[in-house]
Design a protein around this ligand. Structure first.
Ligand code: FAD
Length: 449
């Protein structure tokens, strides 16, 4: 195994215990002052009512909703710590979206009424998260922000102008090139921008730890560093083998998103492609550099490339910059990927040419074949949620709640997310080859505009 390798859910036999320990994220190095300590069980119980696998936003929101509805005897289990997956290591952009389809795509594929329902559900994601943060006073730097989509060429600028002119449920402002240049003088390749709300920024690790603290207070039990190896749904219960023994549950909620191996419950976990996303955080910038760039603490920026870059200024004057990562885990930590990201950052903001990355890490996001998320019942006693395609802070939080509602026999809105399992990939073994080809095509298309 290469010294640059990381855990790869597509090829590994099991999710390793403590797979998150090698992740040196900025968020772990800068926790909130009052980050809670969640006492986990020392010994795995032999039976529970509800077993939730995955202690990220989805699993913890499912636990909170079940506990709120009066369900007891809930165990949340994770191969790593609380938030071992994406939930502790994302960029902290809270947006009303998920998956890769736009509202226009939903409208074309499913009709206008469904698109309106999707929009409503996306907005519910943000209000749900905001409500929990306020109700339980979760200390996670949650604050309203401006989401800026910056067109990287003239074609995309024209599309943003059209979007701004169309009816929109969200407050939107079109920003012309000259105005954008005035506002963000140090950002290159800005042909225009669309500023949109609602949006918010958050400390992602503090949010997931806050959710865990709420669930713990409601009586939910935790078992961390305990990979699940096998799930066998039965007529009377579900038999679950873990690295620390077996547990039988009346129902299992699978909230492992991109982090489960494809063999865990193959007709769920193999119906997605784990795709690596890279993030870096620079050393603190000087006041001069910040003025040159023009970014404020409330600006969350994403460009319009197929292979997108996104960035935000952090409250200690560092810049967070993210983009795509390696295709497989094999060489994911090779320095060339950090160099690629650094080159992209300097190309976007040349004033950062001499600014080094202080933190660099990556995470697996879950991409289904048809690029939109799913919350569904797999079998009478097993439910699953996955496929947010790298946009899941608000939607994963809501998906956890919806999963719990479904587990309680409540019906969900008639939306594509809730109707079916994700489709399987044809030629599954060729997924990574397909991804490599797509990256080549996207790179060329981004360059040629
Ligand atoms: C670099 C990066 C940047 C991102 N930025 C943003 C952003 O700015 N805005 C946004 O909306 N979204 C963003 N996302 C996506 C967002 O973080 C995710 O959609 C969201 O966190 C998913 O939450 P989850 O609970 O479903 O999954 P996860 O947080 O990934 O949790 C899954 C959990 O399952 C556990 N698990 C897996 N297999 C097993 C097993 N066999 N046994 C036990 N436990 C297991 C894992 O250890 C993990 O803790 C980003 C993602 C990445 C990687």
């Amino acid at each position: 195994m290469s010294r640059y390798a990381i855990y790869d859910p597509l090829t590994a036999a099991t999710t390793p215990a403590g797979h998150d320990q090698a992740v040196a994220s900025y968020w772990r190095a800068h926790p909130r002052a009052h980050a809670p300590v969640i006492d986990a069980l020392a010994i795995l119980p032999s039976r529970v009512q509800t077993l939730i696998i995955g202690a990220g936003y989805t699993g913890l929101n499912a636990a909170i909703e079940l506990a709120t509805q009066g369900v007891g005897d809930i165990l949340v289990i994770d191969a790593g710590d609380i938030g071992a997956g994406c939930s502790s290591r994302n960029a902290g952009f809270v947006l009303p979206s998920s998956g890769r389809l736009s509202l226009a795509d939903y409208s074309k594929r499913f009709g206008e009424e469904v698109a309106a329902g999707v929009l409503h559900e996306f907005n519910c994601g943000v209000t749900h998260l905001e409500d929990l943060v306020k109700r339980y006073a979760i200390d996670c730097d949650y604050a309203p922000a401006n989401y800026l989509r910056i067109a990287h060429n003239a074609n995309e600028a024209a599309k943003l102008r059209q979007l701004a002119a169309a009816d929109s449920p969200w407050p939107r402002t079109f920003i012309k090139a000259a105005e954008l240049q005035h506002r963000l003088p140090g950002v290159r390749h800005g042909f225009a921008a669309l500023q949109q709300q609602p949006a918010a920024r958050v400390h992602p690790l503090a949010l997931v730890q806050g959710y865990a603290k709420v669930a713990k207070r409601m009586g939910v039990a935790f078992k961390t560093h305990c990979p699940v190896l096998n799930i066998q749904p039965g007529a009377q219960s579900v038999h679950v083998e873990t690295a620390q023994g077996a547990v039988s549950a009346q129902q299992v909620l699978l909230c492992t998103n991109a982090y489960a191996t494809r063999t865990l419950l193959p007709d769920v976990t193999s119906h997605q492609l784990p795709v690596l996303s890279n993030v870096a955080v620079t050393a603190p910038l000087s006041q001069w550099q910040i003025q040159q760039i023009g970014l404020g603490i409330n600006d969350l920026v994403m460009d319009t490339r197929r292979l997108k870059y996104y960035y935000r200024l952090l409250d200690d004057n560092r810049l967070l910059f993210g983009g795509r990562g390696a295709v497989s885990g094999q060489n994911a930590r090779h320095p060339r990927y950090a160099k690629q990201l650094h080159r992209a950052m300097c190309d976007t903001m040349p004033v950062l040419n001499d600014t080094q990355f202080a933190y660099q890490w990556s995470g697996w996001v879950s991409v289904p074949l048809d690029a939109f998320p799913r919350v569904y019942r797999h079998s009478p006693r097993v439910l699953a949620s996955l496929g947010y395609c790298g946009a899941g802070i608000s939607f994963a939080s809501l998906a956890g709640k919806r999963l719990a509602e479904l587990a309680q026999g409540q019906s969900l809105a008639d939306l594509p997310f809730y109707r079916s399992a994700p489709p399987s990939f044809p030629f599954a073994s060729m997924r990574r080859t397909g991804q490599r080809l797509y990256y080549q095509y996207a790179k060329l298309s981004d360059r040629l505009g």
